[in-house]
Design a protein around this ligand. Structure first.
Ligand code: FES
Length: 151
């Protein structure tokens, strides 16, 4: 037997769903449901291998290119910058001032839009309020993959 629902109860349900939808849209309340398919997972020794055959990273074949890479447990993405055939820089995108995510390099500058700090593409701070360089990670490169050492 079907249970009758009052207009008031139906209205409450509908407004409740709308409130949840608006909260999700405005504040990302359900960020834990975010698709993390593109997140790379370090192995037990803290190494992350990134295949240059993967479409998302193929641009790193070109000198001067840069991408952000999500890595499980880091909180903020890593910025990878191809310096030359044998070298890729890996630096944290977590600003050393108050932790905002910095931009990819643009015209030779990595910018933090929160309070205006600027860094060179190697992570060296050039303008405050940040006082420390962005954290760097060691990398190894061959023509198939990039290995990032988080420890
Ligand atoms: Fe980057 Fe403040 S958090 S300048």
């Amino acid at each position: 037997m079907k249970k009758a629902i009052s207009r008031r109860a139906a209205f409450k349900k509908i407004t409740g769903l709308w409130a949840l939808a608006i909260a999700q849209r405005s504040f990302g309340l359900f960020g834990f449901f975010k698709n993390k398919d593109n997140e790379l997972e370090p192995d037990a020794s803290g190494r992350v291998k990134l295949s240059l055959k993967n479409v998302s990273y193929q641009q790193l074949m070109n000198n001067g290119s840069s991408v952000k890479v999500e890595i499980k447990g880091l909180g903020k993405p890593l910025i990878l910058i191809r310096k030359n055939k044998d070298s890729v820089l890996a630096i944290s995108s977590k600003c050393t001032h108050l932790g905002c995510e910095v931009s990819l390099p643009h015209n030779g500058i990595i910018n933090c839009s929160c309070h205006g700090a600027e860094f060179k593409p190697d992570g060296t701070v050039v303008k405050g309020p940040a006082k420390q360089n962005l954290k760097k990670f060691r990398t190894e490169v061959d023509n198939k993959e990039i290995t990032i050492f988080l420890k």
